[in-house]
Design a protein around this ligand. Structure first.
Ligand code: TYD
Length: 136
């Protein structure tokens, strides 16, 4: 399973807290793009795709949500509910984001520019590519 939860370095004092992302500091890759997801209400499922080239760092900077990660063999569910933890996802991880709280804002950092061609949005196609990659 190519994912890990990262405890981020927090700069905190009596004025509050600050977290920064730099390569090798809180983020394992060079960030080329970032976006955030908001106004997604409970009951909605987002994602349902894998990316051939993108690695991701997901941070619930407000509220909470769950992420189901799947590598074609196993599935695990991770809850993000603090801005102090980030979920790293490697390439070719199938992901679903759901159970967003009403105040949820999910920040996503990635190492690529947006390219729809690197998305796999069909789960059977995903399993096929995983098998092909394993064979060689
Ligand atoms: P989509 O992949 O459906 O979002 P999610 O992963 O949360 O299910 O993306 C929603 C729309 O936004 C879709 O039309 C593609 C567009 N989009 C961009 O143009 N640039 C981006 O960086 C991203 C992530 C999405």
């Amino acid at each position: 399973m190519d994912y890990k939860l990262i405890d981020m370095t927090v700069f905190g004092d009596n004025r509050g807290h600050l977290i920064s992302f730099e390569k090798c500091n809180n983020c394992p890759f060079d960030v080329k793009r970032s976006f955030y997801i908001f106004d997604t209400v409970p009951g909605i499922v987002r994602g349902n795709h894998a990316n051939r080239n993108s690695e991701f760092l997901l941070i619930a900077i407000s509220g909470s949500c769950k992420i189901k990660v799947d590598d074609g063999k196993r599935q695990e569910i991770i809850e993000l509910n603090t801005p102090q933890k980030a979920l790293y996802l490697g390439r070719m991880m199938w992901k679903e984001m759901y159970d967003f709280s009403y105040n949820a804002i999910l920040l996503v950092l990635t190492n690529t520019l947006y390219d729809e061609k690197e998305y796999i949005r069909n789960y059977d196609e995903y399993l096929k590519e995983i098998k092909q990659n394993e064979m060689g």
